[in-house]
Design a protein around this ligand. Structure first.
Ligand code: ADP
Ligand code: MG
Length: 456
C-alpha cells in the first residue's frame, strides 16, 4: 500500500468514525509499511497507539481487507523524534520555589505529565452502586478545596474506571483551579522518569520537579512493587508532598495491604488517607454505561437502528469489565454502519461471537461454597464437614443445588467436593431444595440472591 492509498483509506475511515475521532486518532497515524501481514504505523505516543488499537483496530483491519490488503495485525511504533503533545501547562516558577531551588530549570524540562484522555470526564462517568463511593471521593478531591484526606487511594479490578476517575479529577481541577500544578502519570512513567534522572545524573531536578507539584496522581501503583529504588524514591516524594499538605491520589489493582513486594512502611502510608474500592459492575451499572455510550454513538452514526433488547443482552452477558463492554459496543456500531444494517440480536451475536464466548463466566464449586457459607454465616469447614445438624445441612444442600444448576459438574464430582459425599446424597439434597423452592418463600429468595451474586 502506498502512502496515497492510505490517505484515501483514511478519508473513508472518517466517514465511519466521525470528524472528531478522525482528527484525534486516525489522522495522526502515519503509515509505514505492510510486511508479512502486519501493517505498521508510526504514532506520536504509545497512548495514541494503544487507544487506536483498542478502539479502531478492528475497523482499520476491516478497511484494509476491503481495499484488498491481507493484514492480520496492526503494529504501532512510537516515533523517536516526533514531538509528544502532553497536556501540560508551562510550568510557572513561583517565588518560594526559586528559594528552594537555586538552580534554574533547564528550558526543555517538562513536568512529568501524561496526556489526559478527553473522554474521561465526570460527565461521561456513569455512577452506580458499585462505584458511588469512589465517585463521591473523586468529586470531593476535584473540588480543589482544603485537603481532607491524603492520599485518596482508589483500587479495583481492571477496567472498572480507576483511570477514568483520575483523569476526571485532573480535568475538573484544571477548570476550577488553574493555579494548581496538577500532575497525572502512571507508576510506570514515574519509574521511567526516575531511572532516566539517575542515568542523566539529574536527581536533584527530578526531586525538585515532583516536589513542586500541588496535586500528584499516580496510576497503577502496584507496578512499582518489587522495584526497590523506585519505591524508595516514590516514598520520599510521597512524604514530602504530604508534609506540604499537597493532595495525592493513587490507584492500584488491589488494596494497599495486599500489594505484594511493597515495603510495609509504604503500604501503611498509603492507607493513611481514604481507601475506597470500585466494586465489580452490576447489571444496572453496565446497562447505564451502555445507554450513555449509545447516546454518544447516535451523534456519530446518525440513523443507525438499534433493536430493543440488545443492550440488555450485552449488559447481562458481558460482565467482565467495562473496557470489554465498551469495545464490544464500538465494534458493533462500526460493523453495523459499515454493512449498513440495523443492530439486531442476530447481528450482535454474529459480530460479537468471540467476545461473548470469552466472557462466559465459569462459576466454580469453591465459589459457590464460599458464597453460601458467607450468606448463612457458617464456616466453610462446616459446610464441607460431616456435621448433620440443620444449621449446616440446609446451607450445604443449597450449595449442592447451586452447583448442579450453575456448574457443569456431575453429581459424583459435586459429592467429592463436599467432603467426599456420595452422589445419592447430592441428589437427595438437590431434590430437597427443589421442593423447598416451590413452597418456602425465604429459600426461594435466598436462592435468587445467591444466584445473582454468583453470576455478577
Ligand atoms: P481501570 O483504570 O480501572 O482499569 P479505566 O478507567 O481505564 O479502568 O476504564 C476502562 C474503560 O471503561 C474506559 O473506557 C472508561 O471510560 C470506561 N468506564 C469504566 N467505568 C465507567 C463508568 N462508570 N462510566 C463510564 N465509563 C466507564
Ligand atoms: Mg487504569
Amino acid at each position: 500500500m502506498t502512502k496515497e492509498q492510505w490517505g484515501q483509506l483514511k478519508q473513508s475511515l472518517m466517514g465511519t468514525v466521525g470528524q472528531s475521532n478522525f482528527k484525534n486518532w486516525i489522522d495522526p497515524l502515519e503509515f509505514d509499511e505492510i510486511a508479512e501481514g502486519v501493517a505498521t504505523f508510526t504514532v506520536p505516543t504509545t497512548f495514541l497507539g494503544n487507544y487506536v488499537s483498542r478502539n479502531f483496530g478492528d475497523l482499520i483491519l476491516h478497511q484494509l481487507g476491503q481495499a484488498g490488503h491481507t493484514v492480520r495485525r496492526l503494529n504501532f511504533r512510537v516515533a523517536a523524534n516526533m514531538p509528544t503533545r502532553p497536556v501540560t501547562r508551562p510550568h510557572a516558577v513561583r517565588p518560594d520555589e526559586v528559594e528552594a531551588a537555586p538552580a534554574p530549570r533547564a528550558a526543555d524540562e517538562q513536568l512529568p505529565n501524561a496526556p489526559l484522555d478527553s473522554r474521561f470526564t465526570f460527565d461521561t462517568f456513569v455512577v452506580g452502586k458499585p462505584n458511588e463511593l469512589a465517585h463521591a471521593a473523586a468529586r470531593r478531591v476535584a473540588e480543589g478545596g482544603p485537603v481532607t484526606f491524603n492520599p485518596l487511594f482508589l483500587y479495583g479490578g481492571v477496567g472498572l474506571g480507576k483511570t477514568h476517575l483520575m483523569h476526571a479529577i485532573a480535568w475538573e481541577l484544571q477548570q476550577r483551579r488553574p493555579d494548581l500544578n496538577v500532575v497525572y502519570l502512571s507508576a510506570e512513567q514515574f519509574m521511567y522518569r526516575f531511572v532516566q534522572a539517575l542515568r542523566d545524573r539529574k536527581m536533584m531536578d527530578f526531586k525538585q520537579l515532583f516536589r513542586s507539584v500541588d496535586v500528584l496522581m499516580v496510576d497503577d501503583v502496584q507496578f512499582i512493587a518489587g522495584k526497590d529504588s523506585t519505591q524508595e524514591e516514590f516514598f520520599h516524594t510521597f512524604n514530602a508532598l504530604v508534609d506540604q499538605n499537597k493532595q495525592i491520589i493513587i490507584s492500584a489493582d488491589r488494596a494497599p495491604g495486599e500489594i505484594k513486594d511493597m515495603e510495609e512502611r509504604i503500604k501503611s502510608r498509603l492507607q493513611c488517607g481514604l481507601v475506597v474500592d470500585l466494586h465489580p459492575t452490576d447489571y444496572e451499572l453496565r446497562l447505564g454505561i451502555l445507554q450513555s455510550k449509545v447516546e454518544q454513538y447516535r451523534l456519530q452514526y446518525p440513523g443507525l437502528k438499534l433493536e430493543s433488547g440488545v443492550l440488555e443482552f450485552l449488559a447481562h452477558r458481558i460482565s467482565t469489565n467495562v473496557r470489554v463492554l465498551e469495545g464490544a459496543l464500538t465494534r458493533l456500531f462500526a460493523f453495523a454502519s459499515l454493512v449498513g444494517r440495523p443492530i439486531t440480536m442476530a447481528l450482535t451475536q454474529d459480530c460479537l461471537a468471540d467476545v461473548l464466548r470469552a466472557s462466559e463466566r465459569k462459576i466454580t464449586v469453591e465459589e459457590i461454597q464460599r458464597k453460601v457459607s458467607e450468606h448463612y454465616n457458617i464456616r466453610l469447614s462446616d459446610m464441607i464437614g460431616p456435621k448433620r445438624v440443620r444449621t449446616f445441612a440446609r446451607p450445604r444442600q443449597i450449595a449442592m443445588y447451586l452447583c448442579k444448576q450453575l456448574t457443569s459438574r456431575s453429581l459424583p464430582e459435586i459429592g467429592r467436593r463436599f467432603g467426599g459425599r456420595d452422589h445419592t446424597t447430592v441428589m437427595h439434597g438437590v431434590k430437597k431444595i427443589e421442593e423447598l423452592r416451590a413452597t418456602d418463600g425465604q429459600i426461594a429468595e435466598d436462592l435468587e440472591l445467591l444466584r445473582r451474586a454468583l453470576e455478577a
